[in-house]
Design a protein around this ligand. Structure first.
Ligand code: NAD
Length: 487
């Protein structure tokens, strides 16, 4: 797999100053695959200082041609190591190889984001002339310039590590920011490898891009998010940590960009074709349900519940899992034993609160190794139950009955989250009308899909602040400066 095990600080691949490292564990086999540097406060200090220096003392933020050249070099490097990346991502996330390549979100597609970001960098209107006016009686020509925010702390989770690392770092770098990337402890190689690619393939000035991995994220995370030299925090992860980060950022009024959790609703209206629409509910098994935008609540017409149950039993029987090298599987294990315990505790809670277990609910008998949980379906769920309210991040579907379009909208919106969702109907107009009433950052109608570099992604309510990807995702990393020239 040829992983990179070192930190990347100030343009150098280095061991942790203390010499410490920690094991990287394959969740499908529970085996140690190798080591990675376990950074300490002195490493984080050097990374922040390097990023600050690179922003203040090099022309990175103002030299568009340099950035364009370096991002092209980065693209070449990413393509050159793509096969290694794919193996490493599969091994450290547990996602079967089948969803680590091709059209899946783990590897090739996010590497393709570079192309979009390069176009943004070239086409973006960095300055606009608003013209002459006489505000307060003073004749002035007004310009509005866009410039880099500064030093950005990118903090990322483990479920789609390369995609989220790139969705943050690429636009940040293209905008002229410098970056400290703090990877998730469970998926360090997806970040350290980026350090190696930058080092070996690009002319990025030292300190523009830095990578930190650490086994215990809290202390180093707090150091990074509280440091006054950091101008912005770009975070993807749980809503709980997102809230904590907002409080850390408040002391120095940093810009915060948050991509957080979800509890999205897949709404089947009463005229929808059940056989095709219910296939989409298998999405809860994709990467074992470890996706923020997965639709984990299935809202079905009350009068069609019996049909729904029969179809779900058939469809969930299609899900094969257990061989991480499989190219035709969508489900692997959960990322670690802690996450499996968490998911099993939610399943127990569902039982206790009166939901009826239709399928699954435990550890699969046929898998003695790996952090697997069976694909699990609860029916007779009400929207006030814990399994309908909290993000489980496992292969667990909650089926909730609705009594028509208004009721479905009410249930879907009765959530602290607002990340994604889906609507199915025989009438596109009817589905679209319902979709427009859902308070959520993305929504699919009759099986459409929004995931692409040119389309913004993000959440309403406690699912986040800001947007990743698309033009909006680029502008997150820009400041606005208004200049008035007396004429
Ligand atoms: P997490 O919140 O536990 O961790 C996310 C990152 O924050 C990790 O790098 C972690 O090390 C770091 N972190 C933890 N404590 C910190 C602190 N005190 N200061 C700074 N950083 C700290 O999330 P996770 O378990 O890695 O990922 C799962 C969560 O991520 C789910 O809630 C999921 O919905 C969310 N997620 C959201 C999106 C999205 O785009 N909205 C995408 C993927 C995952």
């Amino acid at each position: 797999m040829n992983p990179e095990t070192r930190l990347f600080i100030g343009g150098e691949l280095v061991a942790a100053a203390s010499g410490a490292s920690y094991p990287n564990i394959n969740p499908a086999t529970e085996e140690v695959m190798g080591e990675v540097a376990d950074a300490g406060p002195e490493d984080m200090e050097r990374a922040i200082a390097a990023a600050r220096r690179a922003f203040d003392q090099t022309d990175w933020s103002s030299n568009h041609a340099l950035r364009h050249k370096c991002l092209q070099q980065l693209q070449r490097g990413l393509l050159a190591v793509m096969a290694d990346f794919k193996q490493q991502i599969a091994a450290e996330t547990g996602a079967p190889l089948g969803i680590c390549g091709g059209a899946g979100p783990q590897c090739e597609v996010p590497i393709g984001f570079v192309e979009y970001v390069l176009a943004q960098l070239q086409q973006y209107q960095w300055s606009r002339d608003v013209g002459v006016a006489e505000p307060l009686g003073i004749k002035s020509r007004r310009l509005v310039d866009k410039e880099a925010v500064g030093v950005v702390a990118c903090i990322t989770p483990w479920n789609v590590p390369l995609q989220i690392n790139l969705a943050k770092c690429l636009p940040a770098l293209a905008a002229g920011c410098t970056v400290v990337l703090k990877a998730a402890p469970d998926t360090p190689w997806s970040a350290t490898m980026l350090g190696r690619v930058v080092k070996e393939y690009t002319d990025m000035p030292p300190g523009v891009f830095n990578v930190i991995t650490a086994q215990d994220p809290a202390a180093l995370g707090d150091q990074l998010t509280g440091d006054p030299r950091v101008d912005m925090i770009s975070f993807t992860g749980s809503t709980a940590v997102g809230k904590h980060i907002m409080t850390r950022a408040a002391a120095t009024v940093k810009k915060v960009f948050l991509e957080l959790g979800g509890k999205s609703a897949n709404i089947i209206l009463d005229d929808a074709d059940l056989s095709s629409s219910l296939l989409s509910s298998l999405g809860v098994c994709y990467h074992a349900g470890q996706g923020c935008a997965i639709n984990t609540r299935l809202l079905v017409p009350r009068k069609r519940q019996a049909e729904v149950e029969e179809l779900l039993k058939t469809y969930f029987g299609f899900i094969q899992y257990g061989d991480p090298s499989a190219e035709d599987q969508i489900m692997g294990p959960l990322v670690n034993s802690r996450q499996r315990e968490r998911v099993l505790a939610y399943i127990e809670k569902g039982r206790q609160e009166g939901a009826r277990l239709l399928l699954g609910g435990g550890i699969p008998q046929h898998l003695q190794r790996g952090y697997y949980v069976e694909p699990t379906v609860f029916v007779d769920v009400t929207n006030d139950m814990t399994i309908a309210r909290e993000e489980i991040f496992g292969p667990v579907l909650s089926v909730i009955a609705h009594d028509g379009d208004d009721d479905a909208v009410r249930i879907a919106n009765d959530s602290v989250y607002g990340l994604s969702g889906s609507v199915w109907s025989a009438s596109e107009d009817r589905a679209l009308a319902v979709a427009r009433r859902i308070r959520t950052g993305t929504i699919c109608v009759n099986g459409g899909n929004f995931y692409a570099a040119d389309v913004p992604f993000g959440g309403y309510k406690q699912s986040g602040i800001g947007r990743e990807m698309g033009p909006e995702g680029f502008e997150e990393y820009l400041e606005t400066k208004t200049i008035a020239i007396g004429v």
